[in-house]
Design a protein around this ligand. Structure first.
Ligand SMILES: Cc1cc2nc3c(=O)[nH]c(=O)nc-3n(C[C@H](O)[C@H](O)[C@H](O)COP(=O)(O)OP(=O)(O)OC[C@H]3O[C@@H](n4cnc5c(N)ncnc54)[C@H](O)[C@@H]3O)c2cc1C
Length: 468
């Protein structure tokens, strides 16, 4: 992946994209293919944003490659290339294990229906009605019904069914039972079409392929290039400031978080009071903690599933999932088949987390809290992989502070903002002509699939703006 330094960038472009997450990469690629000159600026030394990886002691750890819906196949074929599409494979062993139920599933509509009927004794009529209702939901529907109300309507008093339907989605996007049912419905239906998929070869391979294509299409990609501000004059975008340099462009697409974009990159003064009134209402989603475990060369273990949703909590409880000492976590297990070119076993334990719980911790206290979290993850994994401690030769933790540091996202948010962020993201170019936003907002536009699809939508907006 050859990238340039900011010194090699020209003085002006048609479009400057701030951030190389999946949304930023997709916008850059689409606009370059449409014939526009594009500069992509990334503050980190590595492209990909949250779609990232790191290497330790011969292991490559994936940070956010736990699973995405089947829709990625069509999206990657249509908007990226056949080779990327061809590397998408299904994760067939999804395991649930908690005090209310334990089983293995392929996590698709047919298997889930059968499990609901046979294990949970729900009638086929109710199951079909629920699936049809959820898959019929769309973005413009009434947003007043909460997910709790939706579940109570179909499965009253069935906390076990509520947990089955909600827990994986909460891990996938941090949503709770008290958010609009639409935010649940869209993500659930996406997964329920054909199951959970992954990228064979790992995140590094995917991002490498994307950057190769972006550069082949003529995008100038600069790493270690933190944009300090979007330059706005007379209410219109003029370019960006990066350290001492100002690079001009009539349009700027920010893949930085929407809150960063409004408050730090553009600044309150760029917007009307009415717009800021709405922007001030935007709430960010929670963050995550992860524990990365590398298995010694020569060691192995039996297939324990690709994704294990495990919990010791008696029932589904959003607060328990966010607690620093949560007993609920997802293990993503990466077998040698995940990376046929560099066979390896790694396990990543993921937990939802609050930035505010971790932010005050510094120095030894922070290290101690991370070490304890590692030990809790090992204890939990021991139940599935006996002797895990002796098999591991690397263990390391990431916290909301880590995600904040590498992506600059407000409070290290893993899935951008709640639903109200979508309206701000979609109307920012009406408030400041030339300023666009792409990135995780409103759950629908989050995750690997959401970020790429949103990139396509925003590229079309920018193309229309530049041609008008
Ligand atoms: C722990 C974790 C697990 C996840 N698991 C999954 C999963 O299994 N499946 C799934 O589909 N999704 C998952 N996600 C979510 C998914 O990774 C994200 O929704 C998606 O990658 C976000 O893409 P994005 O386009 O919004 O940009 P981001 O990835 O958020 O990238 C934004 C980029 O902008 C850069 N940037 C910000 N400010 C500036 C600036 N001022 N100057 C220059 N650059 C800047 C950042 O450095 C970053 O590279 C997970 C996320 C986390 C944190």
């Amino acid at each position: 992946m050859p990238h340039k330094s900011i010194d090699q960038a020209q003085d002006s472009y048609d479009v400057i994209v701030i951030g190389s997450g999946l949304g930023g990469l997709t916008v850059s690629n689409r606009l370059a293919k449409a014939g526009h000159s594009v500069l992509l600026l990334e503050h980190h030394y590595q492209p990909g944003g949250l779609a990232t990886w790191f290497k330790r002691k011969g292991h490559t750890f994936d940070v956010s490659l736990h699973g995405f819906p089947f829709g990625m196949v069509k999206t990657c074929r249509k908007y990226w290339n056949q080779a990327i599409k061809d590397s998408i494979v299904q994760l067939k062993n999804i395991v649930f294990d908690n005090p209310q139920f334990s089983f293995k599933t392929t996590f698709d509509r047919q298997d889930f229906s059968e499990i609901l009927r046979k294990k949970f004794k729900i009638s086929q009529v109710v199951i079909d009605d629920f699936f049809n209702t959820v898959s019929g939901m769309n973005f413009y529907d009434d947003q007043s019904m909460t997910t709790r109300e939706l579940f109570d309507q179909f499965f009253p008093g069935r906390s076990d069914v509520h947990r089955l339907l909600m827990e994986p989605i909460t891990y996938a996007n941090g949503s709770t039972l008290d958010e609009p049912a639409i935010t649940y419905g869209i993500v659930f239906s996406n997964f329920m079409s054909k199951g959970v998929f992954t990228f064979q070869g790992g995140t590094d391979k995917l991002i490498g392929m994307m950057v190769d294509e972006v550069e082949a299409n003529g995008v100038t990609v600069c790493m270690n290039a933190k944009v300090d501000r979007v330059v706005i004059e007379n209410g219109r975008v003029r370019g960006v400031a990066v350290g001492e340099r100002v690079i001009s462009a009539p349009s700027v697409v920010s893949n930085s978080g929407i809150t960063n974009t409004v408050y730090n990159l553009a600044g309150r003064d760029a917007f009307s009071d009415e717009f800021m009134g709405r922007a001030d209402e935007v709430k960010v989603n929670n963050s995550s903690c992860q524990v990365y475990m590398g298995i010694k060369k020569g060691e192995s273990f039996a297939d324990v599933g690709d994704l294990l949703f495990t919990s010791t909590a008696p029932e589904f409880d959003s607060a328990e999932l966010l607690d620093m000492h949560t007993g609920s976590r997802t293990f993503s297990v990466y077998y040698p088949r995940t990376r046929p070119d560099h066979p390896d076993y790694t396990v990543v334990s993921s937990m939802n987390a609050r930035y505010d719980d971790w932010a005050p911790l510094e120095g030894e206290e922070y290290q101690k809290a991370k070490d304890e979290m590692c030990q809790r993850s090992l204890d939990a994994l021991e139940r599935y992989i006996p002797g895990i401690r002796s098999k591991c030769d690397w263990i390391e933790a990431a916290t909301p502070k880590t995600f904040n540091r590498y992506t600059l996202h407000t409070k290290g948010t893993s899935f951008g903002t709640k639903f109200e962020g979508l309206q701000i993201s979609r109307s920012i170019f009406k408030a400041v002509p030339g300023l666009f936003h792409v990135g995780s907002v409103g759950i629908i536009m989050s995750g690997w699939l959401g970020a790429i699809n949103y990139g396509v939508i925003v590229a079309n907006d920018v193309d229309a703006f530049l041609r008008s």
